[in-house]
Design a protein around this ligand. Structure first.
Ligand code: ZN
Length: 400
């Protein structure tokens, strides 16, 4: 019911899974009519959802694990392998893995993806050429949002200015990574302020990997909020990760969450990569801290929280496959987001659409796109118990 517009709620009663039986009339690429379907005491139709939105991935490094593995699973190992991989980048190689990633995403029901792209290091020219080619090739099927990921100091240089000019026509943005460790010894507040100004000047959005650490001293998000409360705002700001928020006192967390909500800044939580990378010791002990942003408290404060897939088979995370349902099946148990309740379902569905500021919010109503995913399951329990074969409807036609 959480994915059905209020105008269609009349006379409907959801079951304990929040499900209702619906008959959809589809004409062309649109859903033109939605009616309740009387089938019996509880729904037995396959679970269906609006096509998926990926709020945070890395298309340019997808499937690089085999060539740039990180067997110890550490952040430093991932960085090292990532930089090594940059040195061998060529436009055809990057374009080929982006194509492979987007084919999978498309076949498995994604309609839009925001991708961070390594564009401030060696190999950036090859990456940019691959992006130009790939974005054009997929523009009729997927909405793609690029975020140029670069070291923060780049945003105050002519290279940063050029990147902003490249991102603006693609409705893209500026990004990077910042946490306690990486902020030591650099004027990071100054770099952030330069980045915000550049984004505002060029109409670019901002999406930062922020406080991706379990270190309780990591409060870079608060530094960003200080600036956003004073600086002219870029069109849209997103915070990705926010792992260290879980290590802050409840009072401090509440204050930060309130400030995020007041500025309408969403947070994207990325469970797969966080669980894989965070709280790695020297390999001799099991992880204790799981590195997830405190989603429930953030939602309670009014922050929009979306769940993303982040890395796919790259040095940062060896798993993943651009399958939205597999991401749900992984994330639901670790986040305790109950998909049978609206606040548990929205982070996987309409919240990512909100983060990307898409024209369609992912809620079904007369006139919305006929872009759907059908599972094989008839209940959430079955979704959680069994990997799902998916049928995907795009623009009113079945892909398979
Ligand atoms: Zn990421």
């Amino acid at each position: 019911m959480a994915l059905l517009d209020q105008q269609h709620h009349h006379g409907l009663k959801a079951d304990g899974d929040g499900l209702v039986n619906l008959a959809l009339v589809i004409k062309g690429a649109c859903i033109t009519n939605i009616e309740p379907l009387q089938l019996g005491p509880r729904p037995q139709l396959p679970l269906g959802f609006p096509a998926a939105v990926e709020p945070h991935c890395h298309l340019d490094k997808a499937f690089t694990w085999s060539g740039a593995p990180n067997p110890r699973g550490t952040i430093s190992g991932a960085l090292q392998a990532n930089f090594q991989e940059h040195q061998s980048r060529s436009a055809p190689v990057v374009a080929e893995r982006m194509e492979r990633a987007l084919q999978k995403a498309w076949q498995q029901g994604y309609r839009a993806l925001r991708s961070h792209l390594d564009l401030g290091w060696q190999g950036s020219q090859a990456t940019w050429e691959a992006v130009t080619h790939t974005w054009k090739a997929w523009s009729d099927r997927l909405e793609l949002q690029p975020i140029a990921m670069a070291p923060l100091e780049v945003w105050g240089t002519s290279i940063g200015g050029r990147l902003a000019k490249q991102m603006a026509p693609l409705a893209g943005g500026l990004g990077g990574a910042l946490d306690y460790e990486s902020s030591q010894g650099i004027p990071w507040r100054h770099h952030l302020a330069q980045m915000l100004r550049l984004a505002a000047d060029h109409g670019c959005i901002i999406d930062l990997h922020l406080d991706e650490t379990c270190d309780h001293r990591s409060c870079c998000l608060e530094g960003l909020l200080d600036l956003l409360e004073q600086e002219p705002l870029p069109p849209s700001v997103t915070v990705s990760h926010g792992c260290s928020l879980a290590q802050h006192t409840p009072e401090k967390l509440q204050r930060t969450a309130g400030r995020l909500a007041a500025l309408h800044i969403p947070l994207v939580s990325l469970p797969t990569t966080n669980l894989w990378l965070q709280d790695r010791g020297n390999g001799s002990r099991a992880p204790r801290l799981r590195g997830l942003a405190p989603i429930h408290e953030l939602q309670e404060a009014g922050v929009t929280v979306a769940i993303g897939g982040d890395n796919v088979a790259d040095p940062w995370f060896p798993g993943g496959n651009f399958d939205p349902l597999e991401l749900w099946r992984f994330a639901i148990p670790v986040t305790h987001l109950h998909p049978w309740e609206p606040w548990g379902l929205i982070p996987f569905t309409s919240a990512p659409a909100q983060v990307l500021q898409l024209a369609w919010d992912g809620v079904l109503r007369n006139g919305c796109p006929a872009d759907l995913i059908l599972t094989e399951a008839t209940s959430w329990q079955e979704v959680l118990a069994t990997p799902q074969g998916l049928r995907v409807l795009r623009h009113g036609l079945w892909l398979s």
